[in-house]
Design a protein around this ligand. Structure first.
Ligand SMILES: [Fe+2]
Length: 374
């Protein structure tokens, strides 16, 4: 019998975050009958679950619970083998565990041995490598950016994973940093060092005007083929929410051969399988075209990006961001089809951090409002 309890995050002064919960009285390595049903229901209700003191959990158990959210999935890592492509923007950030290849090691610094990986150099992504403008060097340890707001998804061939799990093995602690949006809004947010930031696709949709909601319900987005190679020369906006348009995307002729049946055209809004609510779910860096309700296709990349950014930007306002304060042993499960998330922060070289990440390519594409699917 399950003894799991689910406690929604308590309200925090100045925050309007309306998602997230802590799950207690479970051991991911030894789930009791009924535990997973509680966790599954909680995930689709609260979108982010934090389970403390799980540092002992095996990579196998992490894989198994991640896959359990999509039992029909075949069990491939969410990006398949595409992260092996040296030109992919994801390539430097992930090290695959040899005995459990759906689970990746991420983090910062030099690690002599972990999970069969030896003498690995982990590198926490730094906005300097991806943003069009950067925070001056002298502010680098006190100020930071949202690196890249995203959904964990290949967006080419493989369906987006339902859930991602993150386990904090080693966490350098103590400091805080200020996230600067640097977009003229004056927005800033103080966050714990190396936080993972989450925003709700449901709030993003709910807070739109009725006209924008109608647009979001009736429009589909076409993602670039091989999106992480296609974008590899392009740079991000300062808020981490999509790219600036400087014509740096790779030409189709410079990509690996494109199989056009793998290109994904997805609804802007994805339906929650338990609550039925709509989340505005768009990976802003990978978008290429918009398919509008009247059948026309918006192909001007700068206009496509501007339209999507206008819809998404209110949803990353400082009061809507949940910035998880990692402790060693934290096991976080998040609903990858209802949230956007971002790496945050800049570590010093000697600040060693080790995390394990797992997600599984979905068995089906996400569904949106019925009339868009015709
Ligand atoms: Fe991610």
């Amino acid at each position: 019998m399950s003894r799991a309890t689910v406690q929604p995050f308590p309200p925090t002064p100045g925050s309007n975050v309306n998602f997230g919960a802590e799950v207690s009285n479970v051991d991911i390595d030894n789930l009791r009958d009924g535990d997973f049903d509680v966790i599954r229901d909680a995930l689709f209700t609260h979108q982010v679950l934090v389970i403390k003191n799980q540092g002992h959990v095996s990579a196998r158990a992490q894989y198994e619970i991640t896959k359990a959210f999509d039992p029909e999935a075949v069990g491939r890592y969410g990006h398949g083998k595409t992260i092996d492509a040296k030109r992919s923007v994801l390539h430097p950030d992930l090290k695959t565990i040899p005995h459990q290849p759906q689970v990746q090691v991420i983090g910062n610094g030099f690690v002599k041995e972990y999970e069969g990986l030896k003498n690995i150099h982990l590198k926490h992504p730094h906005h300097r490598s991806f943003h069009a403008t950067v925070i001056p060097d002298q502010d680098d340890l006190v100020a930071t950016r949202f690196y890249r707001w995203h959904i964990d998804a290949a967006l080419y061939g493989l369906a987006p994973p339902v859930a991602t799990t993150l386990m904090a093995v080693r966490v350098p602690g103590g400091r805080h940093q200020t996230v600067r949006y640097d977009d003229g809004s004056g927005d800033e947010k103080i966050v714990p060092l190396g936080t993972t930031a989450f925003v709700s696709g449901y709030s993003m949709y709910d807070n739109l005007s009725p006209e924008d909601q109608e647009f979001a319900r009736t429009t589909r987005v076409e993602y670039a083929p091989h999106p992480y190679i296609w974008m590899s020369q392009a740079k991000s906006r300062s808020d981490g929410l999509g790219l600036v348009s400087e014509g740096k995307e790779l030409a189709l002729s410079d990509l690996p051969p494109v199989e056009w049946d793998k290109v994904q055209i997805l609804p802007l809004c994805w339906t929650n399988p338990v609550t039925g609510k709509l989340a505005l779910q768009v990976h802003p860096a990978a978008i290429r075209k918009l398919h509008l309700q009247d059948g026309s296709v918006l192909e001007d990349l700068e206009q496509v990006r501007d339209r999507i950014h206008r819809l998404q930007r209110p949803g990353i306002a400082p009061d809507l961001v949940y910035a998880h304060d990692w402790e060693e042993g934290d096991f976080v499960i998040f609903h990858n089809r209802g949230l956007l998330h971002s790496v945050v922060g800049a570590f010093a070289e000697d600040e060693v951090r080790i995390f394990r990440q797992c997600n599984i390519a979905g068995s089906k594409l996400p569904t949106g409002p019925q009339h868009v699917l015709a």
